[in-house]
Ligand binder design. Structure first.
Ligand SMILES: Nc1ncnc2c1ncn2[C@@H]1O[C@H](COP(=O)(O)OP(=O)(O)OP(=O)(O)O)[C@@H](O)[C@H]1O
Length: 308
């Protein structure tokens, strides 16, 4: 069983369904409102836990009801939440999603407490890193804190996985501390400045990451699957052929499931990719984010494989 520390965000996703988007200055009625647990960090932690990993979470929420709700949601997944701190001065992160009747959405994200994760919060959790095999981080918490945790990870011989999402400028020092980078096409293009459009451009993207010290690159390509570059092998692995209901959390599922399955020696790199694509294929056949992420048992049953 892999042990994983996820350093990342916890958000309340509030969705308001409307007939049409309000124009500036206009007020419209919401037809429905729902609030669910989200945040890229939390989603990836849930995906890893449901795939059988022991997961520790390092993050920050506000000292409010929403923060408590998010912590409880992770506890229900048997995720260790003892390193989630309460930020007194600022509220829990929220993603406010307005969804119109055509399925189009507009999202306003308030980072809140997530943006206040700092080096001190990381240094107090050295034991969690010592106890882990992999560290997973994204870009919804400060890169400075991620750098700190990746440095500690390498000090103790642990592997680091970076999901540079949402797309943002990257600190190149952080790339040098990253063993595996997993962006989607857009994020990869934004970071390298080379548009991902064909196999050659994918190779160029991964070579650019490699030059900064990254050991392996996986670019997720939506319904086209993934491109990977690892140990001089560069390939596209096609996605599962399934009908899509809602792609929310496809990427987060891939990353959490991949981290749960990969051996520390990385000698099962391609079978971990295969497993993670199957996990994502189940997520996109269900509505919602965290609720749609499958368990190891569901994946085994659905694909009639044992996934050692
Ligand atoms: N339409 C699809 N059909 C089959 N598999 C899919 C589809 N969309 C996504 N996937 C699977 O999920 C993985 C991640 O998807 P994607 O590249 O869209 O990530 P993402 O942009 O981070 O997703 P999101 O932001 O929606 O969570 C893909 O590599 C693929 O395995």
């Amino acid at each position: 069983m892999n042990r994983i520390t996820v350093v990342g965000s916890l958000n309340i996703d509030t969705t308001l369904q409307v007939n049409s988007f309000p124009l500036p200055g206009e007020t419209v009625k919401a037809l429905n409102k729902s609030s669910t647990a989200g945040g890229k960090g939390a989603n990836q932690a849930v995906a890893a836990a449901r795939s059988g990993a022991k997961v520790y979470f390092i993050g920050k929420v506000g000292d409010d009801q929403q923060g408590k709700f998010l912590i409880e949601a992770l506890k229900e997944e048997k995720i260790d939440v003892s390193s989630i701190k309460l930020e007194k001065r600022i509220g829990t992160g929220t993603a406010n999603i307005i969804l119109d009747k055509n399925g189009q959405n507009s999202i306003v994200v308030y980072g809140g407490a997530n943006g206040h994760l700092d080096s001190l919060d990381i240094n107090q959790e050295e034991n969690k890193i010592i106890n882990s095999d992999f560290i997973i981080a994204q870009f919804e918490t400060p890169q400075k804190a991620t750098k700190e945790v990746f440095k500690l990870a390498h000090k103790y011989g642990k592997k680091t996985i970076l999901n540079p999402a949402p797309a943002n400028r990257i600190d190149t020092e952080l790339l040098g501390l990253t063993d595996i980078i997993i962006p989607n096409e857009f994020e990869s293009s934004e970071i390298t400045g080379i548009k991902v459009k064909d196999f050659k451009s994918m190779q160029e993207n991964s070579r650019k990451f490699h030059n900064f010290g990254v050991k392996a690159t996986i670019i997720t390509l939506g319904n086209k699957g993934v491109f990977y570059s690892f140990n001089d092998e560069e390939k596209v692995v096609p996605a599962e052929k399934v009908s899509v209901i809602d792609t929310t959390a496809a990427g987060d599922t891939f990353i959490g499931a991949f981290g749960a399955k990969l051996n520390l020696t990385m000698n099962n790199f391609t079978s971990a990719i295969d497993y993670a694509q199957k996990a994502s294929a189940l997520t996109i056949q269900r509505l919602g984010a965290q609720v749609s992420i499958p368990t190891l048992l569901e994946i085994k049953n659905k694909f009639k494989e044992n996934f050692k």
